[in-house]
Design a protein around this ligand. Structure first.
Ligand code: PLP
Length: 378
């Protein structure tokens, strides 16, 4: 189903054309209200209850389970992708001489932990890119063999917007006993993803882009087979029975069930978590299948406009519905972003690409402004 324009749910002035969700989403009005109410609670701490410390976190885990076809107990609350990847790297023991597969120009939070782990384990990192005629998925599938110990991949390439076939990749990884770790930051909420279908070992997501949530919040998924590991921090809240504040000094080595053991310290952020909940509720109400369908429609219209001005996606893989990544011509002016901003049009420049990433707030006026702006720059 195509979702109609949802601009009234956001605080975006009419004069702004915001095509930069892959950089940072705006917050829905309901999310802002929920966050403000949370901050107000901290101003009156006598109103903060066990619900704020524990039940709210449980509701977020359940929302993530709904969004990804997993179980609530499989989720930890974390601050960032780098935090989640650090938890994962701490718990991996890779064989010496084995291979870690990454994509070329992958986002650094999904590269640095593996460089560190590779150095410690004596493993080798291979950066993959498609050969002529190959898709990114083909390049990954061709590289997996018996020496592969880990694939650390996104669902959508953060610069090119190419989408990987994670079901096929997961299948081949499992057949070769390689671990599959995913960074879903540039896809989850906008592109369908199913734990049940892909069966990753772990995935991590930051909330502040396609999950329409606040900064400094995210989730770590750990498959049930990886729920006996070590957390990064020894948090009191991640210990069994910590709901009972009176008995916190009855120290215990028993951890909370499932992936909760990997929660970050002070995860019960009273302002941010209600905001996360409101955004996830909105996404679940729309439905990710409908969001994906609608974004594909919007990026198609933007692609048609861009093509009129000589800008092409030049992509060797299926393009993700939420992304339009345009190859810059060699003679492109150096101040494209400044010129676009002067016209109140916002998008990103990454590598040799203009990254155009809309959401459901885009209206006809935005399409018109995008057209006019590209016309005056190119
Ligand atoms: C693919 C991807 N992963 C992760 C992040 C953010 O990482 P972190 O939460 O470690 O700051 C970004 C931000 O642009 C991103 O594009």
């Amino acid at each position: 189903m195509t979702i109609s324009c949802q601009r009234n749910k956001f605080e975006i002035p009419e004069a702004i054309t915001y095509l930069d969700c892959a950089y940072m989403s705006p917050l829905p009005r309901k999310t802002i209200a929920a966050g403000r109410a949370g901050l107000d609670k901290k101003a009156q701490p006598w109103t903060i209850t066990g619900d704020d410390f524990f039940d709210l976190s449980e509701r977020l885990r359940a929302q993530m389970a709904d969004l990804t076809h997993a179980n609530a107990a499989d989720f930890a609350l974390i601050s960032s992708v780098s935090y989640g990847m650090a938890v994962i790297a701490k718990n991996l023991d890779l064989p010496k001489g084995s291979k870690i597969l990454l994509l070329d120009r992958q986002f650094p939070s999904n590269v640095y932990p593996w460089r560190d782990l590779a150095a410690r384990a004596g493993a080798e990192i291979i950066y993959l890119s498609p050969e002529t005629g190959q898709s990114w998925t083909d390049a990954v599938l061709a590289a997996i063999d018996g020496e592969t110990s880990l694939l650390a991949l996104p669902q959508v390439h953060w610069i090119e917007g190419a989408e990987l076939d994670l079901i096929a990749i997961g299948k081949k990884a499992r057949a070769n006993e390689a671990l599959l770790v995913l960074d879903l930051t540039q896809s989850l909420g906008a592109v369908q993803f199913s734990v049940a279908a892909v069966d990753p070992d772990y995935f991590v997501v930051a909330n502040y882009k396609w999950l329409l949530g606040p900064y400094s919040t995210g989730f770590l998924y750990a498959a049930p087979r990886h729920q006996g590991g070590q957390p990064l921090e020894q948090c009191w809240q991640s210990r069994f029975g910590s709901e009972n504040f009176a008995d916190l000094t009855q120290y215990t080595d028993q951890m909370a069930d499932g992936a909760r053991r990997y929660d970050m310290g002070e995860r019960s952020n009273f302002a941010l978590l209600p905001a996360v909940e409101a955004s996830l509720a909105q996404l679940l109400e729309w439905g990710v299948d409908n969001i994906e369908h609608s974004l594909r429609d919007i990026t198609k219209q933007l692609a048609t406009i861009a093509a009129k001005h000589g800008l092409q996606p030049e992509i060797t893989s299926p393009r993700a519905a939420n992304y339009l990544s345009l190859k810059l011509p060699v003679n492109a002016p150096s101040d494209i972003l400044q010129q676009a901003r002067a016209a109140s049009v916002y998008f990103s420049h990454r590598g040799d690409r203009l990254r155009i990433t809309p959401h459901l707030w885009i209206n006809q006026q935005d399409l018109h402004r995008f057209d006019q702006t590209l016309g005056s720059i190119f």
